[in-house]
Ligand binder design. Structure first.
Ligand code: ADP
Ligand code: MG
Length: 904
């Protein structure tokens, strides 16, 4: 424990604060909004409200320590060695933590007087968006910090900047207010900073999404100052790597705020960011927030990984590869040339499974270069990070050699292979020579430099281990002298080296003649501890040898670190290339093993899918031992006929409508991210935006009714879709009364056809809509086929031309186990309603239905009186007492009873 720690008495109410409390308050005051982890010895302690919050969040004991202004001071603590886990938990819960360390040796404080307090300072602020340690991060997910800036210049401009502090990647985008929600949904930041003025402006326009609330942090207005940003940015990106004047004022303000925030959180260590990618979103396929959620691209609607598209297609073997795949899925391309370049590369590897297999198996061993490099740059890296760099470089060189066998290398692979081949080999050999095989996490632990690398280091180490032999000899001699066989020389952090004897022998050493040489240090329950002058001497020698060795190791570490950081640009490019190769190889593997086909991508209005499948449902259906039914779709259009086609999809519940709709949207997204697609063939003219909506899903959390949600989203589509878009609407209009819903669905189909001219799929239960196909030239009806068999429906999941005449709701209800009497009654009502609409119901039937609806009489079908004979017979059966023959007879008897019961 900290020697300067006052006992609880000195914390008791006093007119003036104790020096320690004064220090605590001072530090707390300059870090508002942070839980203060106040270092005391081997613990981080939290006080007052912080202690209450942390103890509740972490499930640790809240204790008391003295009083302040007459009130007990709440306190809780976490041990240093376990601090990471606790930090993790707090940050995941949305808390922000300031780490306050002792910044001088307690001995120094002592020199200033017995009561003086050890100097402490906050060395780092830890927030969800500024993490760099592997312990805190999900290896396969990016961790973005985003800043949202607003500049009022007549009209209002917004910009976003975002960065993954752990890899240094950074981006900016200028956006209109109504793009913010979609863009932030795509980036999915862990933390969002904005000024109070920006927040208010957004709230005023109803543009502040509820999802932002838990991740938002209000930063002071001056950190968004666009003038000050120029200077901040020039410092953060030195050497003319990037010119801040290339940014819009709003983007400069956002990026400036990010840099300021990071450098503040790292407390002057630096920021280690890469030059930002400007206008990052302009070139990609737009997928709005609702579409992203409805298509379950990165997670299911319930927030799970399993069942998402990403989960189904991510066959990458490295964490950076997985992050890149995720980023590509979040932002597919909208440029046919670039898409085809990616597809060319995937195609070559998919066609050469031998080569691809080798690449993938070599890639498996590639460490996370980008994150290791950032930690080193922030002076938070250890020997393992250095080793990671060496390993990545050697792996890159080995990988590049595999490409030699290709005759015709597509552009992307040629670029990757050139980058891999240019990896700094001398750096890798230097690191391999210097670093041991087994490495500690921190350089301060020492013992990571390989034997034989540095002569002086080896000499010091020999001395240190030699002294160990000397300790053993000394122990033998002391045993001899005292005649205490169980005497041991031991070591711990508090006492250093000491002599330990069982309590029974302790007194012996306290007496003559031994009390001359043995100095008492400690009495434990069953042992006594001593030191001797000789041992103290030896201790000094050992400590000096260790210290000298550690000094040398740290010097070596720091020079290796500078060597590595001197290659930052090359290494970052290398990290990118390795991730890109992993993604390409993974997509090739996906194509080869799951029977995906290369899509034909051009700038037409084509959308022709042959034998398409749903990438996720296909896996699920197959896992259950069934086969997925592939379906065609053709929405191809042309400008001279007014745009793309619209298919109206009708069919029974559970027939496969939603699956069919989504699979086509997913095929489009996969194709434009540069992946092969689950289909026999696909021809797609580049799509600028995809929209997918499912009707009738309440958004209770946001306080909007089903119908309101539907209408808000339908209007968003009608306002934003272009002729180049793909629109998928699943049962829109269901959330209101039948005629309302039908009319709106009707009008929406007309608008999509007449005004937008996009390619569209529209699933509906309103069979009336199918008559639109007669009047609208590019509308066609298709239906999910079913077969009726012995009164039950069999879903064929097959899309064919035509319109369904019924929904088979009652059959589905039966599959779901609705009670038979309810089903019978429903059938009765349906019959009458259908006859009525056909005009054939007798007036008395109509009347009776109207009388009974909506509180229709629940008449349970007559149940057989008394116990059911089948069950009674079954109860009487004693299988243990039966011969096989008797058993068979009993079975026949049971069947007969059942048949009789049915007939009656
Ligand atoms: P709908 O929207 O018409 O009610 P869904 O698309 O939700 O029907 O499909 C219901 C279920 O049918 C799915 O969960 C899936 O198990 C199965 N299914 C759908 N399409 C297919 C298909 N093409 N091949 C095999 N099974 C399918
Ligand atoms: Mg459906």
């Amino acid at each position: 424990m900290d020697q300067s720690l006052p006992d609880s008495a000195s914390l008791s109410p006093a007119p003036a604060l104790t020096p320690m409390m004064a220090q605590y308050f001072e530090i707390k005051a300059v870090n508002p909004g942070y839980l203060l982890f106040y270092r005391m010895g081997d613990f981080y302690e939290l006080f007052f409200e912080d202690a209450e919050i942390a103890s509740a969040a972490l499930g640790i004991v809240l204790t008391k320590r003295g009083k302040h202004l007459g009130q007990d001071i709440g306190m809780c603590g976490v041990p240093i060695h376990a601090a990471n886990d606790y930090l993790n938990k707090l940050v995941k819960l949305g808390h922000r933590v300031a780490i306050c360390e002792q910044v001088e040796d307690p001995k120094e404080a002592k020199k200033r007087g017995a009561k003086s307090v050890v100097k402490r300072d906050v060395v780092r602020l830890i927030t969800a968006g500024t993490l760099t340690e592997d312990d805190h991060l999900d290896a396969r997910a990016s961790n973005f910090l985003a800043a949202l800036a607003m500049v009022r210049h007549g009209e209002t401009d917004f910009a976003l900047a975002w960065t993954d502090v752990s890899t240094g990647e950074s981006f900016t985008a200028d956006l209109a207010a109504d793009q913010l929600q979609d863009e932030l949904a795509r980036i999915d930041p862990a933390e969002l900073i904005l000024s109070e003025a920006t927040r208010l402006a957004l709230v005023e326009r109803h543009l502040f999404a509820p999802a932002w609330l838990p991740i938002s942090h209000i930063a002071p207005a001056q950190s968004f100052d666009s003038e000050a940003a120029s200077a901040t940015l020039r410092d953060a990106f030195p050497g003319g790597a990037f010119d801040p004047s290339a940014l819009s004022r709003a983007a400069r303000s956002a990026l400036g705020a990010i840099v300021a925030y990071i450098s503040d959180s790292q407390k002057g260590v630096g920021v280690a960011l890469r030059a930002p990618v400007l206008g990052a979103t302009a070139r990609s396929m737009a997928i709005d927030q609702a579409t992203r959620a409805s298509l379950e691209l990165h997670q299911t609607q319930r927030g799970q990984q399993r069942g998402s598209l990403r989960n189904a297609i991510d066959l990458t073997v490295t964490a950076p590869g997985s992050r890149l795949l995720s980023a590509r899925l979040a932002a597919p391309l909208a440029d046919a040339v670039a898409i085809n370049e990616r597809l060319d590369a995937v195609s070559v590897l998919a066609g050469d499974t031998m080569l691809n297999g080798r690449l993938r198996s070599d890639l498996k061993a590639v460490p996370d270069l980008a994150r290791a490099l950032t930690r080193l740059a922030l002076d938070r890296g250890g020997p393992r990070d250095l080793a990671a760099i060496g390993k990545a470089v050697s792996a890159a060189l080995a990988l590049s050699s595999h490409f030699a066998r290709l005759d015709d290398v597509p552009t992307v692979l040629a670029r990757l292979s050139a980058t891999l081949a240019a990896a700094p080999a001398p750096l890798a050999s230097m690191l391999a020579l210097a670093l041991d095989d087994e490495l500690p996490l921190f350089s301060r632990d020492g013992g990571f430099v390989r034997k034989g690398y540095d002569q002086t280091l080896d000499d010091e180490r020999a001395l240190a281990s030699e002294t160990r032999a000397v300790v053993a000899a000394l122990q033998a001699r002391l045993i001899e002298e005292t005649d205490v066989r169980s005497l041991k020389i031991r070591h711990n952090g508090v006492l250093g080296y000491f002599v330990e004897v069982p309590a029974a022998h302790g007194t012996k050493l306290l007496e003559e003649p031994h009390r001359q040489s043995f100095i008492h240090r400690q009495t434990l329950a069953n042992a006594m501890r001593f030191t001797t002058t000789e041992l103290a001497d030896l201790e000094g020698r050992i400590a000096r040898a260790h210290e000298a060795a550690l000094d040398i190791e740290l010097r070596i570490f720091s020079s290796l670190r500078s060597e590595a950081l001197g290659r930052t640009d090359a290494l970052r490019e290398l990290a990118d290339a390795l991730a890109e190769l992993d993604v390409t190889a993974a997509l090739a593997h996906l194509a080869a093993t799951r029977n995906y086909a290369r899509p034909e991508i051009d700038t037409s209005l084509a959308f022709e899918i042959k034998a398409g499948r749903h990438p996720v449902v296909e896996n699920m259906v197959q896992a259950e031992g069934h086969s997925f039914v592939a379906n065609d779709a053709d929405l191809s259009g042309a400008d001279d006929i007014g745009g793309g086609r619209l298919w109206l999809v009708t069919g029974p519940n559970m027939g496969g409508k939603s699956t069919f709709l989504r699979q086509n949207a997913l095929i489009a997204i996969l194709a434009q991210m540069g992946s092969f697609v689950p289909a026999a063939s696909a021809h797609i003219g580049v799509i600028d935006r995809v929209f997918s909506r499912v009707g009738a899903s309440d958004d209770i959390a946001h306080g909007r009714s089903t119908f309101m949600v539907e209408m808000v989203e339908t209007s968003a589509i009608l306002n934003r879709a272009t002729r180049r878009s793909l629109v998928v609407l699943d049962e829109i209009g269901r959330g209101t009364a039948t005629f309302d819903g039908l009319s709106i669905a009707w009008a929406a189909v007309e608008a999509l056809h007449e005004t937008t001219g996009c390619r569209a799929l529209f699933a509906t239960h309103f069979h009336e809509l199918t008559s639109l196909a007669k009047t609208l030239s590019r509308v066609s009806n298709v239906t999910m086929k079913v077969r009726e068999w012995e009164g039950e429906v069999v879903f064929l999941h097959e899309v064919g031309p035509g319109a369904a005449d019924r929904s088979y709701g009652i059959q589905v209800a039966r599959l779901a186990g609705l009670p038979e009497p309810v089903l019978a009654r429903a059938r009765q009502v349906l019959d009458i309603l259908e006859q009525r609409s056909a005009g054939t119901a007798s007036s008395s039937q109509k009347a009776s239905v109207l009388d009974d609806l909506p509180l229709f009489a629940h008449q349970p079908a007559a149940k057989p009186a008394g116990p059911d004979p089948v069950h009674a017979a079954l109860d009487a059966v004693r299988p243990d007492e039966m011969t096989p023959k008797q058993a068979i007879e009993a079975l026949y008897e049971l069947k007969k009873l059942r048949d009789d019961a049915r007939r009656s």
